[in-house]
Design a protein around this ligand. Sequence first.
Ligand SMILES: [Zn+2]
Length: 344
Amino acid sequence: MRTRVCISIDTEFSIGGAFTSPDRQPVAEPMVWCEVGGRSQGLGFLLDQFERHRIPATFFVEAAHRYYFKDQDPMGGIVRRIAAGGHEVQLHTHPCWAVFQHEDWRERVRREPLQDEFFGRAEEDTVHLLRQGQQTFASWGLPAPTVFRPGNMQHDDAMFAAMARCGIPYSSCVGLAVFDSNDPRYRLYSGAHRRHGVLEMPVLTFQDWRLGGRRHLKTLTIAGTSFAETKLLLERAHEQQVPLVVLLTHPFEYVQRRDDQMRTARGNALHQDRLARLCRYLDGNRDRFLPTGMGEAGSALQAAPDERNVLLHGSGWRSICRLAEQAVNDRYGSWALARQGAPA
Ligand SMILES: [Zn+2]
């Protein structure tokens, strides 16, 4: 059996400090394209790599930003480019954008804490947000989303009931090292699991090291995991017949930046190298791995989900190497950005 590999990209705009400073505004396209010197180091870089290695990916596109960008539709052109590349466009929602439906949003965010939580949200409220997403997809001329991913991987049981009510058949809501609801029913490391009739395909969570009785969990992201670690996990997943591995990334992780407008920014060579190597590896090992979109994976696994919930182990040594390479990359990046930002 080939292991399906789903590269998932949460594609979203930034509030850009608008909630805290009256002179600041949300940032749209620069957060997704991440243009540096006329070249897209974010979405453009990703689409180019996927095309070069024939990898279909899944873009979870944030939809609640429409509450702010009402008639201007900065995401419309972006989703059309993604869909034209043969990739899946699926639904992602950050509830904090919903406050913009009120004229007095500035007063509201000053008065009460920001409502960005899906955890603990009333089911009815989540249904409302999901329907707003479905309407947004229809306005973009896209097929209805079949997979949902919440902002910050925040989930609870009521969210799954809400997805079922909205007719969303698949989800990718769980990434335990990003958010743990402490509900044992949702302590999901891998596989595909039915909850309220919705098939949940968690972002892979693995054990990256163990010291005595203490173990450390990590969720599989490009920004947080070296290529050597990812490759090891893919091999172990295949050995243990884990039917799919879901990875998480964002377009803005392929730049180092000082601001969301990308005025002072540079390509992130380390993260770009990891993604490029992963795509090349998947392309060269199609006998064992099958890169697919998440909706496609959901419909393939629907009949026989893998509920074993295998916890894969990484390698402690490789995580130490990754911490070192990350530190060098971050330090060099800050130094280079400081030089770039300094007046000539
Ligand atoms: Zn997000």
